[in-house]
Design a protein around this ligand. Structure first.
Ligand code: FES
Length: 118
């Protein structure tokens, strides 16, 4: 029996699987880990797996879910609409209610208060 999928080579299936890969997020200092599906907001993934993380608005405005990315690549979605500054983004801070994983990541809770721009 031929099990190949028409128009889908082994290489393209592997690329698709890699593209759809889940990521692992580890929180510091609790050392808790959870899985984030490709395209899933990090906060949604934490809630789905009963991981306790601070949050409130879930739309990028309250800053309760501000974390610092210690390792990995986390993409802030709609940064222009969220309450996060360019400086914070450059310092690898992200609002996880509006962020996607692009790799495995280690995150540490950051103070939600705004720091003065200098
Ligand atoms: S929960 Fe309010 S900014 Fe993320």
């Amino acid at each position: 029996m031929n099990r190949s999928i028409p128009g889908c080579s082994r290489k393209s299936r592997r690329l698709r699987r890699d593209f759809m890969a889940d990521f692992t997020v580890r929180l510091m200092p609790s050392n808790q880990s959870f899985t984030v599906k490709n395209g899933e907001l990090i906060l949604d993934a934490a809630i789905r797996q009963d991981i306790e993380v601070p949050y409130s608005c879930r739309n990028g405005t309250c800053r309760t879910c501000l974390f610092e990315v210690k390792e990995g690549y986390v993409q802030q979605e709609d940064a222009d609409l969220c309450m996060i500054s360019e400086q914070e983004l450059e310092e690898n801070r992200r609002l996880i209610c509006m962020s996607l994983c692009r790799s495995d990541a280690i995150l540490e809770k950051a103070s939600p208060r705004r720091r003065r721009q200098v």
